[in-house]
Design a protein around this ligand. Structure first.
Ligand code: SAH
Ligand code: SF4
Length: 391
């Protein structure tokens, strides 16, 4: 960390140490699971194999009951049941939008709640998961950013979101059945609540579990992590997770980006772009997604589109234009469809893919940036939201 004043508030970070009482096996990486089994009395020579067996039951077959782990002896299963639990976050409510989008409200330890969104499409199904309760950052167009209470999710709570969605979609494999090629839940985006790079280790551990070939087995190319621009953690994302990267870019001058994405005051555009140019995957021509929310009269001019093209010159990129999703009290308006089209055309003509993200699940407040725990009481006032937006 450099000497500049941090702009984050304090995060109530959950300790990564195991809590008292039966230990949850969810969220442990393979080595941690092996160590936990040794600590519970499993012979060192056998522990790796046992961890592998249990891993498959939990993450490949979706089993939650030790008694169903039939390749383990009865006594061993009894020991496991006494020492460990297999515990997922609790789904409190599930809403289904007219367009098939599902939004789950999920309760985690401490009574906190986070939202998880499942978006079905013809060729894929994407789960948008959260990495924090709330967010310490205060992007002025984002509903989550108005939530004061913040806590990092544990690795168990992050991978648990994927598992509860697979439960709901009834997608755990059935023994003996043929493998289904097109999965209902085929892609993960870390685009729910929170800044994933402010919870790096837990996000990394959870994604490693999701990618493990003997479990949920999602390819690294089907996982996209979205960051607002935590520059020092960007290279680590490629090295330690290896997933695809999306960046909440949203503006083409520091002056505007400071207002929209305040983390820009700490790591301005030039530093962010340097980090993106150096992103190790870029050398393999893996494209970075630039997210760009379309806000009427703020960042949506032709001049912005031209500046954007100049800024990202040399970076393999896709520009994802997101029509602003409104939320109660939001200080911005969505750009008109004509404006969005004109902006997209300029970018397209410069040779970049510029898909306009179709808002999904708006009727259930499940669209990008609309997520916010309903139970969260400490809200910012309308006046404060406007002040933060520099209005
Ligand atoms: N914190 C991370 C990931 C979560 S937000 C990040 O900021 O990148 C996922 C995307 O939705 C981000 O690009 C975010 O800027 C965008 N977003 C937030 N609020 C929005 C809104 N009201 N309308 C449209 N997009 C929004
Ligand atoms: Fe946090 Fe992302 Fe929302 Fe900004 S856009 S407040 S970083 S969740």
């Amino acid at each position: 960390m450099d000497a500049k004043a941090p702009i984050t508030q304090d995060v109530l970070t959950i300790s990564r140490k195991a809590p008292e009482g039966p230990q949850n096996l969810i969220g442990l990486c393979r080595d941690q699971m092996r160590d936990a089994l040794i600590a519970a009395g499993t012979a060192e020579k056998q522990a790796k194999m046992r961890a592998g067996q249990i891993w498959q039951w939990i993450y490949h077959w979706g089993i939650r009951d030790f008694d169903q782990m039939t390749n383990l002896s009865k006594d061993y299963r009894a020991m496991l049941a006494e020492t460990f639990v297999i515990e997922l976050p609790e789904v409190v409510t599930r809403q289904i939008s007219d367009d098939g989008t599902r939004k789950y409200l999920v309760r985690i330890a401490g009574g906190h709640e986070v939202e998880v969104v499942y978006i079905p499409e013809t060729d894929r199904g994407t789960l948008c998961i959260s990495s924090q309760v709330g967010c310490t950052l205060t992007c002025s167009f984002c509903h989550t950013g108005t939530q004061k209470l913040v806590r990092n999710l544990t690795a168990a709570e992050i991978v648990g979101q994927i598992m509860v969605a697979r439960d709901d979609l009834d997608e755990w494999p059935v023994p003996g059945a043929r493998r289904v090629e097109t999965r209902l839940l085929s892609n993960i985006v870390l685009m729910g609540m929170g800044e994933p790079l402010y919870n790096f280790e837990n996000v990394r551990d959870a994604m490693k579990i999701a990618m493990d070939p003997e479990g949920i087995s999602l390819s690294r190319r089907r996982i996209t992590l979205s960051t607002s621009g935590v520059v020092p953690e960007i290279a680590r994302t490629a090295e330690e997770i290896g997933c695809l990267l999306a960046v909440s870019f949203h503006a083409t001058t520091d002056e505007v980006r400071d207002r929209l994405v305040p983390i820009n005051k700490r790591w301005p555009l030039a530093e962010l772009l340097d980090a993106l140019r150096a992103y190790p995957k870029v050398s393999n021509s893996e494209r970075i997604t630039f997210e760009y929310v379309m806000l009427e009269g703020v960042n949506d001019s032709d001049a912005d589109a031209h500046r954007l093209i100049k800024l990202i010159d040399g970076i393999p990129a896709k520009i994802n234009l997101i029509p602003f999703n409104e939320w109660p009290g939001a200080p911005y308006k969505r750009s008109s469809n004509n404006r969005i089209r004109a902006f997209a055309d300029i970018i397209h003509r410069a040779g970049y893919a510029s898909p306009v993200r179709k808002p999904r699940g708006e009727d259930i407040m499940a669209a990008c940036g609309q997520l916010k725990s309903a139970t969260e009481r400490a809200r910012k006032s309308k006046a404060q939201i406007a002040r933060d937006a520099g209005l």
